[in-house]
Design a protein around this ligand. Structure first.
Ligand code: ADP
Length: 490
């Protein structure tokens, strides 16, 4: 294996799409100076005439201005979606499917542009945008397109019907992918959409709006509005939205749930996580260490299902920790546009400060701090891969979601002990198990209060498999047939 291959975070993801944009390719991607709202098939100025800056977190430079939608813009978008719903829900399901297939194909054709913009606006490594985010986003459209005219077979004797207008609010960690996760099933089920990307990462959603326009998708079927929390709240409170799909922090998720209590809006919430990644003494150690690295450092740790709590069986703790530290030293932190970079930029200054605050908290709580010695650029928001050894269950760094490249490590002796510790937390989104024994996998995965349990792998995603949480990680599933259900009434 070459040195370069070795340095890659070990994502087990195969794609036949093998374009690698060179850094200089950014020169050929032209961004607009200003981005408007996409309502009723057209780009329109915001009512307030206000725009906010969007930056490249790798350089701290402003790259464009984005429109700030207020309540009037939200209302305009909802009205367009309502009008479009009357037609969209009535065209043949086969036709609907064709539009969605076309979107998927166009996304593949423009994959390079999407990947570069995703990296410029969000800070994630180009290798991940290119090999994971964009192809997977296209796959969500392909997968759901296939269901559009098969819903009656998927849900036999249940007469599935669309809900109406879906309001979708997404976060900044996987901007394009989250848009695809939300828009594709909503359209396949016959709904129309008003989607709001996160305020730090609006650009690929707006690129997607161009693609909808170019695909010939009827006006108003998907509307993209931009803005921060106030814009999101205006969507949540709009009386003519039938469903809210939210991915983001648990705090905002709770606020949304309170806001819509007593209305007939449907709701799905995909919130925070603090996953246990458990290594047993019989695990293939090298493979497990790769899985731990991928589990926490993929996408700078900005992953709600990140394996942020490592549990190692005591007898193998020393060797696992030694290998983990060695492997961390080989990770390259820096320019996300460089194909060799493993850990790109933290998405925003605010998030970097939050991560730094948690590092301080961890040190004060008495856990043993370890960081790789890699160089980081002087400009931009970066954080070295970080470990906290000898962490304990009561530490805040163990209980709270950090959403950065920070891993806590605890050891355990028995299966019962680790199951109790893994579950003794407010979240329940995902978990990982590393062992040679199939029986142990079945035993533990059935006892884990987590929506997704990976065994001998981590962060493996597929449009056909459902994803979602328990407890404070939210409710409702996205992906697979389960992901279509929240967009249907029966
Ligand atoms: P994070 O903490 O990861 O930034 P947030 O939950 O704050 O996550 O943001 C996720 C999404 O929710 C973003 O699109 C953001 O603009 C939106 N948002 C933030 N506050 C609210 C709110 N009060 N109501 C609706 N949406 C909101």
């Amino acid at each position: 294996m070459s040195k370069k291959q070795e340095n890659k975070i070990g994502l087990d993801f195969k794609t036949d799409w093998a374009y690698a944009p060179a850094p200089e390719d950014t020169k050929h991607i032209t961004l607009q100076k200003q981005y408007d709202l996409f309502i009723d098939g057209k780009f329109v100025k915001p009512n307030s005439k206000k725009y906010f800056d969007t930056i490249n977190p790798a350089t701290e430079q402003k790259i464009a201005e984005v429109a700030e939608a207020d309540e009037k813009d939200v209302d305009k978008a909802v009205k367009a979606a309502r009008k479009a719903f009357e037609k969209w829900s009535k065209i043949s399901a086969k036709e609907r499917g064709k539009y969605i297939y076309r979107i998927a194909r166009l996304m593949q054709e423009r994959a390079r542009e999407f990947a570069v913009i995703e990296t410029m606006n969000g800070g994630k490594c180009i290798r991940e945008s290119r090999d994971i985010d964009v192809p997977l986003a296209a796959n969500h459209f392909f997968y759901n397109a296939g269901w559009a005219d098969k819903l009656e077979y998927a849900f036999p004797n249940r007469n599935p019907q669309p809900l109406g207008v879906a309001g979708q609010i997404i976060p900044w960690n996987f901007p394009l992918l989250m848009a695809a996760w939300k828009i594709a099933p909503a359209l396949a089920a016959g709904n129309t959409v008003v989607l709001k990307p996160a305020e730090t990462t609006s650009l690929t959603a707006l690129k997607l709006a161009e693609l909808f326009r170019d695909s010939g998708l009827p006006d108003g079927v998907v509307n993209i509005i931009t803005g921060a929390g106030k814009t999101g709240a205006a969507m949540v409170n709009h009386p003519d939205i039938n469903k809210i799909a939210f991915t983001g922090s648990t705090d905002v998720g709770k606020m949304i749930q309170k806001s819509i209590a007593g209305t007939d809006k449907k709701l799905t919430l995909e919130l925070g996580g603090k996953a246990a990644n458990i290594i047993f003494e019989d695990a293939p150690i090298d493979q497990a260490v790769e899985g731990v690295i991928n589990g926490i450092f993929f996408n700078q740790g900005h992953v709600c299902c990140a394996g942020s709590r490592l549990f190692i069986q005591e007898s193998v703790a020393d060797i696992v920790i030694r290998k983990l530290k060695d492997r961390m030293e080989s990770l390259i932190v820096g320019d996300p546009m460089d194909k060799n970079t493993d850990i790109g930029a933290i998405n925003s200054k605010e998030q970097l400060l939050k991560i730094q605050e948690y590092i301080k908290i961890g040190k004060n709580e008495g856990a043993d701090f370890y960081q790789s010695s890699c160089a980081i650029p002087s400009k931009g928001y970066y954080c070295r891969p970080t470990l906290f050894l000898n962490a304990s269950q009561s530490h805040r760094i163990v209980q709270e979601e950090i959403f950065g490249p920070v891993l806590t490590i605890q050891t355990f002796r028995t299966i019962e002990e680790v199951i109790e510790k893994a579950n003794n937390i407010a979240y329940g989104l995902s978990a990982g198990i590393w062992t040679d024994k199939g029986s142990k996998i079945f035993n533990i995965s059935s006892k884990m209060r987590a929506g997704v349990v990976w065994a001998n792998t981590y962060n493996k995603f597929d449009p056909a498999s459902p994803f979602g949480g328990y407890k404070e990680s939210g409710f409702g599933r996205e992906g697979g047939l389960h992901g279509l259900m929240p967009y249907l009434k029966f």
